[in-house]
Design a protein around this ligand. Sequence first.
Ligand SMILES: Cc1cc2nc3c(=O)[nH]c(=O)nc-3n(C[C@H](O)[C@H](O)[C@H](O)COP(=O)(O)OP(=O)(O)OC[C@H]3O[C@@H](n4cnc5c(N)ncnc54)[C@H](O)[C@@H]3O)c2cc1C
Length: 397
Amino acid sequence: MTSSRTVIIAGAGIGGLVAALAIAKRGFRVLIFDQAERLEEAGAGIQLSPNASRILIALGLDQQLRDYVGIPEELTVTNARTARVLARAVLGSVAEERYGAPYWVIHRGDLQAVLLAAVRANPAISIHLGIRVDDFASHKQGVTVSMLSSGRALEERGIALIGADGLWSSLRKRMGHSAEPRFARHTAWRALAPSDKIEPELRRPAVNLLLGRHAHLVHYPVRRGSLVNIVAIIRDDWREPGWSAQGDRAEILARFPAGMWPPLTRTLLAAPQQWRKWALYDCAPLNSWGKGAATLLGDAAHPMLPYLAQGAAMAIEDAEVLARRLAESPDDPASALRRYERKRAPRSARVQRAARRNGAVYHMGGAEAFLRTLALMAMGGRRILARYNWLYGWKPS
Ligand SMILES: Cc1cc2nc3c(=O)[nH]c(=O)nc-3n(C[C@H](O)[C@H](O)[C@H](O)COP(=O)(O)OP(=O)(O)OC[C@H]3O[C@@H](n4cnc5c(N)ncnc54)[C@H](O)[C@@H]3O)c2cc1C
């Protein structure tokens, strides 16, 4: 089927779903295809800093999201070995006032469910699961996209194709980028601890970052405080792709030994029975993203390490900027996509680099770690947060 106003999106992750809503809001018809048969409630907590929450709110999702988000009152940075808090940055209403939008945390599954409900309720969007987008051809009228569904070949036409197909994007290759994601020699382990099984101090509405030798830990409450999301990042050579490999509880407990990690933190790590893990990858920033009436968005365009908690936020920013550019010149999607890429590439590259740098700082040991401790204490929470004004204060204008 051909439509002069149809935009095709490959991937119904956070980026693809937000892009569909933002593009449909500008009067386009949107078709989303995802290779997954079911969009599972997979993943751990995701941080929605003000640069991302303001876009979701502008899309009319405030009320739906409020049922799920947590609003951390502060960010604490703790030295794991001494259990000493090195810095506290106030978030909550102070961050909301400063950046004009709230700092939220949410379970990825809840965010995806809210977005999916909004997509399904929108008559301009149709979503199709179990269909893998395979290739595309650009032509004068836009794009012809080829897909596979249970071994059957399908074809769809639209004015533009957006590859929101994640870290292992096959469309990135089709757009001429041959480099594989680079392995960061670290794995992220995640689990959810039931709040009623842990000490009250561990369920405070705060984002807690603990820095240890070659490992760090982040925890904060999600699902209205009923669960505590835990992400433990360790050095490791295990490198299988995917988001949900089974993790061995005994192994992760052994990587956070007594003497190096506070006893209270170790009770938190011991609380969940089930752990999942994924190997960490990113890519060096790409020089160009798409070609013709096709482009990339989110992790497909700029996979990043999680040390700045911006993977979802950058995909959400991309979605809004892309929709605006398409709305400005609906009759010339290819030039709209190039303007989108020119706008987004420098910012996402800056975030990719900043995330990589944070990783190096988080995992310092010995004398370097000592200097880091002094620097963090001297700076204090207020100045630490102010260093990210460029990130959190961003607006899509
Ligand atoms: C199941 C899952 C769990 C995750 N869990 C976490 C987590 O716990 N913590 C974290 O920091 N990040 C997690 N992420 C990654 C995080 O969601 C992204 O970094 C961020 O939200 C940017 O999203 P994205 O839309 O660019 O990519 P993703 O969220 O990765 O979405 C990509 C989507 O594209 C689909 N897809 C891939 N190839 C094709 C194709 N050829 N045709 C059609 N569809 C295709 C995938 O099925 C997926 O739904 C997870 C991603 C997934 C898919």
